[in-house]
Design a protein around this ligand. Structure first.
Ligand SMILES: Cc1ncc(COP(=O)(O)O)c(C=O)c1O
Length: 366
């Protein structure tokens, strides 16, 4: 029995995306400019579907290559002032620490406790100099999900902004920009969205668009294409920047990736994020029950609202890297970040796959 439980590492590209990308690769790209117009609309479609998923405006979405790029748009685009502080989280993925450090902000750390974070620690870390709270919705190793509404309330009360790394939640947990007032969000699409590697989503709340300095590739200006399509008299360097987040998208892009991303987002929309979360909740509960029976320690609370698609655990007798390596060799795909074994099932995972992991773990106990 093989099992795929590594969606927190890399999603499996879904068949509709594979088909659409293969068609574009075979039928469109080999014909150059003669056919490429057929796939240019995919990016606009992907933007609209991403906006639907996040319950925001299409104008607030830019399609980027990964989480890091999106976070850097914020770090590079804000006007940092001397003395600015950024609240970061101990044992968060480095992608959500490096950009802030690179801008010279003073980092104030929220400690990790029992695999998660306490709101009183977040509150204590926020002070008058806090410019931004850089939080991950779900910790990449323990799977702890933070209460983003509460983090936003604490930050905004102090006049600070909130930037969210959502790569471990977007596509598996509902997340509404209409309900949760985060300021910026970035998520690669290659994990829980099961999209093409090298595609991702960036959200910038509308009110910040005018003052976030986004890099302006030549596509980032209004009427950029007119000089190519409208004849003489349209060649100018003094075009106005696009007023939308898409200004950050730059020049020519991964058209094949956009074809795949649009398909994958359409499938998420069709299945429904609530149905996805509901099934993943049941699978992770089943997994946790089996792992606890086998004597494993689950690394973070999986109860209440702190659950996510990630179950990080350690085995009572076998070291995590050795165990994960053994499991993968036997066809059970898990990973082992930060000293834990990480299992991450998705909507498309069968109960039998979860049970295969539990059975393999149980066997190692005896
Ligand atoms: C929380 C978190 N942020 C970021 C990343 C990766 O960032 P990027 O999409 O830039 O590769 C990961 C990858 O595991 C992650 O777990």
């Amino acid at each position: 029995m093989t099992a795929y439980l590594d969606y927190a590492g890399l999603g499996k590209l879904r068949q509709p995306a594979v088909t659409a990308m293969r068609d574009a690769l075979v039928d469109v790209l080999p014909h150059g400019s003669a056919e490429i117009g057929r796939i240019f609309p995919a990016r606009r479609r992907a933007r609209a579907l991403a906006a639907d998923l996040l319950a925001c405006s299409t104008d607030e979405i830019a399609l980027v290559t990964n989480t890091s790029t999106g976070l850097h748009l914020v770090a590079d685009g804000l006007d940092w002032r001397p003395g600015d502080e950024v609240v970061v989280f101990d044992r968060d993925f480095p992608a959500n620490v490096h950009p802030w450090r690179a801008r010279g902000a003073r980092l104030v750390w929220v400690p990790m406790r029992d695999g998660g974070y306490r709101l009183e620690d977040v509150e204590a870390a926020i002070g008058p100099a806090t410019r931004l709270v850089a939080v991950s919705h779900v910790n990449f190793a323990t799977g702890f999900r933070i209460d983003l509404d509460a983090v936003c309330a604490l930050a905004h009360r102090a006049g600070a902004l909130v930037s969210v790394d959502a790569v471990q939640s977007l596509g598996v947990l509902p997340l509404s920009m209409a309900d949760t007032p985060v300021d910026f969000l970035a998520a690669g699409a290659h994990k829980w969205l099961c999209g093409p590697v090298g595609t991702g989503i960036f959200f910038c709340r509308r009110e910040h668009l005018p003052r976030l300095r986004l890099p302006g590739g030549w596509f980032g200006f209004q009427g950029a294409n007119d000089m190519l399509t409208k004849g003489a008299g349209h060649f100018r360097y003094d075009l106005s920047p696009l007023p939308t987040a898409a200004r950050a998208e730059g020049g020519m892009y991964d058209v094949l990736g956009m074809v795949g991303l649009a398909e994958t987002l359409a499938e998420v929309s069709e299945v429904g994020i609530a149905a996805i979360a509901d099934r993943v909740r049941r699978l992770t509960q089943r997994l946790c029950a089996g792992l606890r029976n086998a004597g494993c320690a689950i690394s973070a609370s999986t109860e209440d609202d702190a659950w996510s698609g990630i179950v990080g655990f350690s085995h009572p007798a076998v070291e995590s890297v050795a165990l994960a390596t053994e499991l993968v060799a036997s066809g059970i795909h898990v990973s082992h970040p930060d000293g834990l074994v990480r299992a991450a099932p998705h909507y498309w995972t069968g109960e039998a796959e979860v049970d295969a992991l539990v059975a393999a773990i149980t066997l190692r106990v005896h």
